[in-house]
Write a protein that binds this ligand. Structure first.
Ligand code: CA
Ligand code: CA
Length: 532
């Protein structure tokens, strides 16, 4: 028996579609197994939040944990059939621990919540509320360096100045004398004739991972946060731990994941190795890693969504990358995304009104693994580093369009109010909004577990530039995912390209509609489809 899951307006409107100028509306048919298909595993859809810019509960202008908790229903109200929420089922929080900076990537106390954001109790409540909606929470863990205001650093400095070289905190940091400086690394004067390694900033002294004392601290930190209910961590600056020594790095992170799994066998870990694909791949031996090759203006997703590159090339990119990762991991959970807090926002180079942003969402959310959205992406928020070269412009306040008192971070220079594609309030009840497109794309992904978890068979459509797709097979069930990045509809006889016989239209998303008649697929321009 088929149950109809409504998105947008009525089936009546859909049936009149061909005869009216109304923008296409949408219905997906799913069988009764929808709930079962929203699998409680690690193949999720994550949403990255900069807490300080998200939602302010106490009117001091700073986003905080309580504000974010109040907004959870927007992200996922716990009812997959309500159709009211974005539908993500994982949240990555950028650093929440005590820190002197607005971005908090320099930690002063690893077992605390920054006072700007609230209390440990607020955090536990947030995790509980997220959990009751089926959302897993991971937090940023910044282990390569601490803040220079961390008590470890201050105690080490005091000890050296006092001539006490037996103080245990001295070995916590990567300290050298003049003749111990390594080329390619950056050092600053510490105390007496010692220097400390700090490749990011003078305010971010780097920890010494050779120290068993530091490793013991890390285990305590992991235990602390797992006890508070986190599902895992996003690991910052993976390759800087042993800068320019990949093997020592891999060994360290191998130790790290073993310790994680001892505490929480289901830990979900995703690492930041901001490098080329071939350098990212070996880290999959330890845990998931962000697929940077898909991100930003020049990446595989945006160049395809903008029709600057062929869909066939995107499909072969996915296939080649997956094959590369398979050499390191038996069942990898890949991590596609288009932008994060260190990148210009994607709506700056993917035009929303031209449906290029919609196509980008289709391309990466309907690819393998666990896609990561950056907060505000779903409403086409803008913000780029600009001539002032400030990352704060990439981390602006969430545009709720209501009375939220959250303000832009210090140092930002970009007037987001003048460059908007519409607020949440504008978009949430508009069936044609980008928000509702993202919601639809995530829902179709969840209703078709083959997309995220399957093994790929790439298809090559010779002679086509703006059309392409692939098959994905999971537990002996196969779906086909096809994209049309051109402006006009095409009809294609799929039997010329695959022996697989399609029978069901599972869903489509984009500017237009799609239909399946025997093996003939018709797909409008700027539209993607999932068939089975
Ligand atoms: Ca606040
Ligand atoms: Ca380091």
């Amino acid at each position: 028996m088929i149950r109809k899951l409504w998105i947008g307006i009525s089936l009546l409107a859909l049936s009149f579609l061909l005869f009216s100028c109304t923008k296409p509306e949408y219905v997906i048919e799913v069988d009764e197994q929808l709930e079962a298909h929203i699998l409680d595993d690690q193949f999720r859809t994550y949403y990255e939040i900069f807490v300080g810019s998200f939602s302010d509960s106490n009117k001091d202008g700073l986003g905080d944990l309580k504000g974010m908790t109040n907004r959870l229903d927007y992200l996922n109200d716990g009812d997959p059939n309500s159709g009211k929420s974005l539908g993500i089922d994982g949240i990555w929080l950028m650093p929440i621990m005590e820190s002197p900076s607005y971005h908090k990537y320099d930690v002063a106390d690893y077992m605390s919540i920054d006072k700007d954001y609230g209390t440990l109790e607020d955090f536990e409540n947030f995790v509980d509320e997220a959990d009751s909606r089926g959302i897993n929470v991971i937090i940023d863990l910044v282990l390569n360096h601490t803040s220079m205001y961390h008590t470890w650093f201050k105690q080490a400095k005091t000890a050296i100045n006092a001539g006490d070289l037996t103080n245990p905190y001295i070995e916590y940091y990567s300290l050298v004398k003049e003749d111990g400086k390594e080329p390619g690394k950056t050092y600053y004067p510490f105390a007496q004739d010692y220097f400390y390694e700090a490749n990011f900033s003078q305010t971010m002294p780097e920890l010494n991972m050779d120290s068993l004392l530091v490793k013991a601290e890390i285990i305590d930190i992991l235990q602390f946060w797992f006890d508070l209910g986190v599902s895992g961590f996003r690991l910052d600056a993976i390759k800087y731990v042993y800068l320019n020594d990949t093997q020592k790095n891999l060994d360290f992170w191998s130790w790290f994941i073993e310790e994680c799994v001892k505490i929480n066998p289901d830990a979900y870990i995703v690492g930041e190795v901001w490098s080329g694909d071939a350098l990212i791949a070996p880290y999959y031996a330890n845990f998931s890693n962000f697929d940077f090759g898909m991100s930003q203006l020049e990446g595989a997703v945006a160049s395809t969504a903008n029709a600057a590159d062929a869909v066939n090339n995107y499909v072969s990119y996915l296939n080649n990358y997956r094959n590369m990762i398979d050499d390191y991991s038996e069942n990898p959970n890949l991590t596609p995304f288009i932008s994060n807090h260190d990148m210009n926002r994607s709506a700056g180079y993917l035009n929303v009104s031209d449906y290029r942003m919609h196509m980008a969402a289709n391309l990466y959310i309907w690819s393998y693994g666990t896609p990561f959205l950056y907060y505000g992406e779903e409403i086409g928020m803008k913000g780029s580093r600009g001539t002032e070269s400030t990352d704060a412009n990439r981390r602006l306040k969430m545009l709720w369009g209501d009375k939220d008192t959250v303000i832009d971070p210090v140092g930002s220079t970009y007037d987001i109010e003048k460059q908007t594609n519409g607020t949440v309030k504008d978009q949430i009840n508009d069936p044609n909004s980008l928000f509702n497109h993202y919601k639809k794309v995530i829902m179709i992904r969840n209703a078709n577990p083959e997309i995220a978890r399957g093994t790929y068979t790439s298809l090559t459509f010779t002679g086509y530039f703006t059309f392409g797709g692939f098959l994905s097979t999971y537990q002996e069930s196969t779906v086909g995912i096809f994209h049309n990045t051109g402006e006009t509809a095409i009809t294609i006889d799929l039997s010329l390209y695959t022996d697989y016989t399609f029978t069901i239209l599972r869903g489509f998303a984009g500017k237009g509609v799609a239909s399946l008649s025997n093996q003939f697929l018709t797909i409008d321009g700027l539209t993607s489809v999932v068939i089975k």
